[in-house]
Design a protein around this ligand. Structure first.
Ligand SMILES: Cc1cc2nc3c(=O)[nH]c(=O)nc-3n(C[C@H](O)[C@H](O)[C@H](O)COP(=O)(O)OP(=O)(O)OC[C@H]3O[C@@H](n4cnc5c(N)ncnc54)[C@H](O)[C@@H]3O)c2cc1C
Length: 306
C-alpha cells in the first residue's frame, strides 16, 4: 500500500457515510433480502455457490438478537423458495455473545435448527480474539448434541489456531480458513504479512491431514496456489474442499478458479447495517486512494473514473 493509500485508510472513518457507501457498493448485495436473492441467483448462474450474511454485529439487546434470528429464518425460506445454492454465515455477537453466553447459545441453536429444516448449513464467522474461546465452545456444544450442519472459521493470524486445529481434530470440523481481519496484540497474533501466510499454509496442511472439509478463503495469489497444490497432492475430489471469496473482490481470479473446475463460494452480505463491514473491506483494498479519487471525480464531473 502506498503512503497515500495508508493516509486514506486512516481518514476513512471520518468520511461522510454517503461516500463510504458509494465506494463500498460492490462489496454488498444491497439492503434487502430481495437484493441478496438477486445477487446469489447471478452468482449461481456463473457456477458459484454463496453464503449469505445478514449484516450486523454486537447486538445491544435481547430484542435485537431476536431480529437477527428472524432475519436468518427469512433467508433460509428465501434460499429454499428460490432454489438457490447458498448457505449462511453468522456472527455470534449478533446473536448476543457479548450480552450473555446462554442467550447466544439459545439463539444459535434456533438458527441451526431452522437451517436443518431446509437441509441447510450455518457457518459461524470468527470475530475478534475476545470471542474465540466462546465461539469454539459453542461449536463443541452443538457437535456434542449431534448437530453437524454447522462449521467454524479459524484465523491464520492467531498463534492459537494451530493448537485449536489439533484440539478439534477428533471432531473433523468443517472449517473456513482465513487470514483474520481483526487487529490483535502481538502476544497472541502474527504481525508480519509473511508470517500470517506461512501459518495459513501450516494450518491448511493440518486441517487436510485431520480429514476436515476445508474452505480455503483467500484472494492471495500465493495462498490460492498453495491451496490448489495441497488439495491436488492429497488427491481430493472437487466436493471434498472449496475455495471462498468475498463479493466484489478479485472477480477475475474467482472466474479462473471456477473455470479450472474448483468449487467456489462467494460471501454475500446484505442489510441495513452495512457501515462497519464496508469500512473493513475498504481498509483492505490496496487501491483505496484510487477508488476515493475516482468517486470524487465522478461526482464533480460526472465521469466514470473507475
Ligand atoms: C469468504 C470469506 C469469509 C471471511 N470470514 C472471515 C471471518 O469470519 N473472520 C475474519 O477475521 N476474517 C474473515 N475473512 C477476511 C479475511 O480474514 C481477510 O481479512 C481477507 O480475506 C483478506 O485477506 P486475503 O487472504 O484475501 O489476503 P490479502 O493479502 O488481504 O489480499 C490479497 C489480494 O486480494 C485483493 N484484495 C483483498 N481485499 C480486497 C478488497 N477489500 N478490495 C479489493 N481487493 C482486495 C488484493 O489484490 C490483495 O492484494 C473472510 C474472508 C473471506 C474471503
Amino acid at each position: 500500500m502506498s503512503k497515500f493509500d495508508r493516509a486514506i485508510v486512516r481518514v476513512l472513518p471520518a468520511m461522510p457515510r454517503s461516500l463510504v457507501r458509494r465506494i463500498s457498493d460492490r462489496y454488498i448485495a444491497g439492503t434487502t433480502i430481495a437484493d441478496a436473492v438477486r445477487v446469489v441467483g447471478q452468482l449461481n448462474a456463473q457456477g458459484k455457490m454463496a453464503t449469505v450474511d445478514v449484516l450486523g454485529e454486537e447486538a445491544a439487546s435481547r430484542r435485537e438478537t431476536q431480529d437477527f434470528v428472524r432475519a436468518y429464518h427469512d433467508v433460509f425460506e428465501a434460499i429454499e423458495r428460490e432454489r438457490l445454492d447458498s448457505n449462511v454465515s453468522i456472527k455470534l455477537t449478533a446473536l448476543g455473545l457479548n450480552l450473555a453466553y446462554e442467550l447466544c447459545r439459545t439463539n444459535l441453536f434456533k438458527v441451526v435448527r431452522h437451517a436443518a429444516e431446509s437441509g441447510n448449513f450455518v457457518r459461524i464467522d470468527m470475530e475478534d480474539s475476545s470471542t474465540t474461546s466462546d465461539t469454539l465452545e459453542l461449536y463443541r456444544e452443538l457437535r456434542a448434541e449431534g448437530v453437524d450442519n454447522v462449521g467454524i472459521v479459524l484465523q491464520a493470524a492467531l498463534r492459537r489456531s494451530i493448537r485449536d486445529i489439533h484440539a478439534l481434530a477428533p471432531l473433523r470440523p468443517n472449517v473456513r480458513l482465513v487470514k483474520g481481519i481483526y487487529v490483535e496484540p502481538p502476544l497472541i497474533a502474527y504481525e508480519e504479512y509473511e508470517e500470517v501466510r506461512q501459518n495459513f499454509v501450516r494450518c491448511l496442511h493440518e486441517l487436510l491431514q485431520a480429514g476436515s472439509y476445508t474452505a480455503i478463503a483467500t484472494h492471495d495469489e500465493l495462498l490460492l496456489s498453495e491451496g490448489k497444490r495441497l488439495v491436488s497432492e492429497r488427491g481430493l475430489t472437487r466436493d471434498e474442499y472449496e475455495f471462498q471469496m468475498l463479493l466484489g473482490v478479485r472477480e477475475l481470479a474467482a472466474g479462473r478458479l471456477v473455470r479450472d473446475g474448483h468449487r467456489l463460494r462467494i460471501y454475500v452480505p446484505f442489510g441495513e447495517r452495512w457501515y462497519r463491514y464496508s469500512l473493513r473491506r475498504l481498509q483492505e483494498n490496496p487501491k483505496i486512494a484510487g477508488y476515493v479519487a475516482s468517486d470524487t471525480l465522478n461526482r464533480l464531473f460526472g465521469a466514470d473514473g473507475r
